[in-house]
Write a protein that binds this ligand. Structure first.
Ligand SMILES: [Zn+2]
Length: 370
């Protein structure tokens, strides 16, 4: 049975540990200690060499019946900023951040639910198939931990990623693809008062480019954003270099391509108008996946959600997660709603009830496939 007090205590303990991307080691160590205490096989992989985190991904194995499929449960250890000094407060059954930080329910709610489920499996001697649990690093930086898992050694049948928007009961069966676009404008510095005509102004070029761009909700399937502009060195110098970073997402690969081409064209037009150079680089952030209700991984999740008395909702999300990487690698993975609200903000929260329901869904998935 779920021990709600223990579950909340674990969540609060985990939330208080700073684990912004690339600094997940303290949290990894806490998880390792907890697993060692329970006598569970826990290892750290070598992803850190590629990722640049201070630890690798944490991989836990719970061996079980060989006749049952191998299940993988996955959550990420890293958080966005500001994630240092989190002081969770519980008010009316809802956990929030008391300070001026995120809460980190994204994705520590997933971790806490998995730890509670492991504890219950152990305490109650519940039979199960082979279970693999992975806590990844640097998900928020483009699923870098997931991209560097040891796929040769990872033999799993169905993967459940606990990192989804919306309440427990949501099954994210479809996501958009994301491309990241970066532009570096290179002009010429000059004294802004004495000889501005000798300079080539990159801030104006970037501003012009951005002003021409279709951004925000471009159409029903597509969004675009410019999220970073950095340029210039001083108020009295014509700015010689300006960096711009943005992204586009779409459920349609074709529309994504069109939007990225449009942004690239705008960068080039802006540069031409102000006589500066621009280097544009585009890379894929994550690739869409599209699962059907008949796909086994979806039907298992649906059955588990029904069994605990909730209504499974198959939803599409513009958000990416480690599930996108796994599907791209040929591993059938679905992302489940974990009940977090307003992630990536200081208003982030999660209801204790959602943490409990999430744990119940996990246990039910394990029971169905044992
Ligand atoms: Zn997340």
């Amino acid at each position: 049975m779920i021990n709600s007090v223990r579950l909340v205590k674990n969540f609060v303990e985990i939330a208080q540990i700073e684990s912004e991307s690339f600094k997940e080691k303290k949290l990894a160590q806490l998880i390792i200690n907890k697993m060692a205490h329970m006598g569970v096989d826990v290892r750290v992989d070598f992803a850190q060499e590629q990722v640049g985190s201070n630890t690798g991904n944490v991989v836990i194995r719970l061996p079980g019946k060989k006749s049952a499929p191998t299940l993988l449960f996955l959550a990420h250890m890293d958080t966005v900023s500001p994630g240092a000094g989190v002081q969770p407060v519980i008010d009316n059954g809802v956990i929030r951040s008391g300070g001026d930080t995120i809460l980190g329910a994204d994705d520590k709610a997933g971790i806490a639910a998995i730890l509670e489920a492991i504890q219950i499996l152990r305490d109650e001697h519940i039979g199960h198939g082979n279970i693999v649990i992975i806590f990844t690093v640097a998900e928020e930086k483009g699923s870098l931990g997931a991209k560097n898992l040891d796929y040769g050694a990872l033999k799993v049948d169905y993967t459940f990623v606990l990192d989804g928007d919306g309440p427990v009961g949501n099954i994210i069966t479809k996501t958009s693809s994301q491309s990241i676009i970066r532009a570096k404008f290179i002009g010429k510095a000059a004294h802004a008062g004495i000889s501005p005509e000798l300079g080539a102004d990159t801030i104006q070029a970037a501003a012009k480019a951005i002003s021409k761009m279709k951004l925000g909700k471009v159409d029903e399937e597509t969004t675009a954003n410019i999220g970073v502009v950095k340029g210039g060195t001083s108020f009295n110098i014509i700015p010689a270099v300006t960096y711009v970073e943005g992204e586009a997402r779409s459920f349609s690969a074709e529309k994504l391509k069109t939007q990225i081409e449009h942004m690239d064209n705008c960068f080039n037009e802006g540069a031409r108008e102000f006589n500066v150079k621009v280097e544009v680089k585009v890379k894929s952030g994550f690739t869409a996946y599209n699962l059907e209700s008949s796909d086994k991984v979806v039907s298992i999740a649906s059955a588990a959600i029904k069994n605990i008395g909730l209504n499974p909702e198959l939803v599409a999300s513009r958000g990416g997660s480690d599930a996108n990487v796994l599907n791209e690698k040929g591993i059938s993975a679905v992302n489940l709603g974990i009940g977090m609200e307003n992630p990536h903000s200081r208003d982030e929260s999660i209801a204790v009830e959602q943490l409990e329901l999430l744990t119940k869904v996990l246990l039910e998935i394990i029971k169905i496939e044992s």
